[in-house]
Write a protein that binds this ligand. Sequence first.
Ligand code: XIL
Length: 485
Amino acid sequence: MRHLFARHAARLKRAGLATAVLAATALGAAVLPGAAHAADTPLRDLASTKGIYVGNAVAGGKLSGTAQYAAIAGTQFSSLTPENAMKWGSVEANRGTFNWAEADQIVAFAQAHNQQVRGHTLVWHSQNPSWLTNGNFGATELSGILQQHIATEAGRYQGKIYAWDVLNELFNEDGTYRTSLWYNTLGTGFIANSLAWAHQADPAAKLYINDYNVEGLGAKSDALYNLVKSLKAQGAPIDGVGLQAHFILGQVPSTLQANIQRFADLGVDVAVTELDIRMQTPSTAAKLTQQGADYTTVVKACLAVTRCKGITGWDISDADSWVPSVFSGYGAATLYDESYQPKPAYQAVATALGGSTSTASPSPSASASASPSPSPTATATSTPTGGSGCTAAYSVSNQWNTGFSGAVQVSCPAGASLASWKVGWDFGAGQQLTQAWNATCTQSGVHVTCTNATWNGAVPAGGSASFGFNANWAGSNPVPVVTLG
Ligand code: XIL
């Protein structure tokens, strides 16, 4: 069954006090009326009308620390994958000592935004803690450790994960099994066992095997196909195949759709799980156009196969992408540029999902007159408090005919800090808060009060914390005076 998601739209933009006027100007010019997609339908809503989800990989620190990143993550996508937070090395760096903070944060963010979560990943050869890789464990002990790990992690998030990448990157390019901690000690038995343990821990989660260079037909994809076929024949709980899709410009496999189809025909779901399309940097207009065409090919291939459930991009913007650090000389692989502005690839994806978007970023005035939605007049305002010098700045980051998204950034100058914070304002024109993230907000009458989330109460000297919200408006949407205290 296809998953449909309620429509929520939110974008926010950093606007600190020190740069309040500048920020307001920059917002107007770069993001508000002028941004090509500011008033357009979010990708998640377009995808939902086509019966698929659209997701992205996220890091907790950026969700709470980079306002534009959080806004895009919360607004545009209906699914999130923790980029690193659920990997073994992240959750259990020291044996028996667990750190769930970032994974919990991402799950909470997703829930607050009515998003599903793809759990990534339980069994992998990479990003494991050194106590595990250097432990020289025998087969019985290692199998017990793996079982315990899967039970603990999948159990912790039981009921909150749409799909788990239970197993990641099992094969070599020629289709033989990759030598790894698991394969070397346990043979292939860990594969079916891991699926069974994950199913026991979270019976509702869809269980996937995920890999790269299996997107088109070929030896590696054949190996995965044969594995899934034999797992199905054994009655193992395998629900899906994840195609990572870390592509190179102009090299999306021509057999992508056929390959998706053959997995679907085996009786499993398929998802594009880590899509990015890298190019040699610097980018050019021609390369960015080609990239849009490549993204379109991927979206169309997924839409063409009923069991292709969704597409997850790997990293929100080119500033966040893992590509430049791993593929020397390559970058610009995502939908947003390093300033969080949508690229031609964003427009291409929106169009492939049935949306109509502008193709260029018009000037604010041109866009304002062309836009069916009233144009927000974002400004930032703030009120210093009790001598501490810390301030709160409010901005409208996106506005459409009935709703808008806003952001508040709490900033402390050198020499001042906060252990917790509370921000308030009056909505003087009948605006009504509908949703907030990275803070707990309530509205009573016209007054809105927001207190910090558990993880972002501490604002260090020279640092900041930010949160976002959605609200309804009608008539006018003036920027309120904000108090911090
Ligand atoms: C990458 C992350 O994006 C990086 O931040 C990290 O340093 C290394 O891992 N295949 C996967 C992902 O399944 O988990 C990888 O993510 C990218 C390749």
